[in-house]
Design a protein around this ligand. Sequence first.
Ligand code: MN
Length: 129
Amino acid sequence: MARILLVEDNPANIQLAMMVLEVLKHELIVAADALDGIRLAEESEPDLILMDIQLPGMDGLKATHFLKENPVTKDIKIVALTALAREGDEERILAAGCDGYISKPIQYDSFAVRLSRFLPIDPKLSRFS
Ligand code: MN
C-alpha cells in the first residue's frame, strides 16, 4: 500500500483517482491547489505525488520545482497529470523535475496501469509473481 498525494482542481479527475486508488488499496490525500499540495507533501510524506499542471494560482510545474528544492520533499516521486500535448511539453515537464507524466483525460484502466509503473512493488505481492 502506498500513500499518494493528488494535487488536482478538477472534481471529475479527483473522483476517478479516488475510485482507482481505493480498488488498488492505496491511501489518497487530495490537495486542490499548489500551496496546499506543498504543505501536505511536507506534512504527510507521501510515496508519490500526482501533480496536475494547470492549477488555480501557482501551476504544477512551479510547485514541482519548489518540492524538488525542498530537502524534506525532494526525494518524493512526482508524476505530472497533463492534457498538454504541444511539442516541447514533455521536455518542460521533465525539466521542472517531474519523474514522469500521465496524459489526460485520465481513464480508469490506463490510469491504473500507468500509476502502477511509478509505485514500488509490494513485497507481499511479489512473492506470487
Ligand atoms: Mn487543473
